[in-house]
Write a protein that binds this ligand. Structure first.
Ligand SMILES: [Zn+2]
Length: 208
């Protein structure tokens, strides 16, 4: 088990660079995948791309609703629909903002054994995949927020907090207030419509 450091310097050249395709899939690729999973779980988050731990290769991992996905050289081969929702990123801790993405995607890539795999995803899982693939081109979600004034600071993330801790309570109260009123409260952005609608997002779901 190897926990790697997640880069949070948004100008870091690997985080901002274009990752290279993996040629031969070997033990070092599998080690990288294991490290990505370990690092993502501890963060905790639901997705992680190799450039986020300083490795300029096209490898991503996702763990969502009990399913684990590892993709080498992933590509989106089909996409449809459009939805705007709040996102966060392990490389930009505390920041969230609305990003418009496809609702349905089909991904193609290779698994840890080099076998070609295709996955169809929709909703939040589709969003995670799009977010992680963006990392391979050096793009952060913050680059995609069209109205910069909607980028906001979320005081506390999920890391290290016990369930039901003060942070969670404050967070869910804030979220309830926002969902009920359809507007952010207490952060100077009153009147902003909630892009998330009725869905309550678990804190770590926003960590990609
Ligand atoms: Zn990210």
């Amino acid at each position: 088990m190897a926990i790697r450091q997640i880069i949070t310097d948004q100008d870091h050249k690997v985080l901002r660079g274009k990752a290279k395709r993996v040629g031969r899939i070997d033990d070092s690729t599998r080690q990288l995948i294991d490290d990505l999973f370990d690092t993502m779980r501890v963060a905790p988050g639901v997705g992680l791309a190799a450039p986020q731990i300083g490795v300029p290769l096209r490898v991503i991992v996702v763990e969502y609703e009990g399913q684990r996905y590892a993709f080498i050289n992933p590509e989106i081969v089909k996409q449809s629909g459009q939805v705007t929702d709040e996102e966060g990123c392990l490389s930009a801790p505390h920041w969230q903002g609305p990003v418009t993405r496809a609702t349905h995607v089909t991904l193609k890539g290779r698994d840890r054994d080099g076998k070609e795999v295709r996955v169809k995803a929709e909703g939040w899982l589709a969003r995670i995949f799009q977010h992680e693939i963006d990392h391979l081109g050096g793009t952060l979600f913050l680059d995609l927020v069209q109205d910069r004034s909607l980028i906001h600071w979320v005081e506390s993330d999920a890391s290290g907090e016990a369930e039901g801790g003060e942070g969670d309570v404050a967070r869910s109260a804030r979220r309830r207030a926002r969902d009920t009123n359809g507007a952010a409260t207490g952060d100077g952005q009153q009147g902003r419509p909630s892009p998330r609608g009725q869905r309550a997002l678990k804190p770590q779901e926003a960590e990609l």
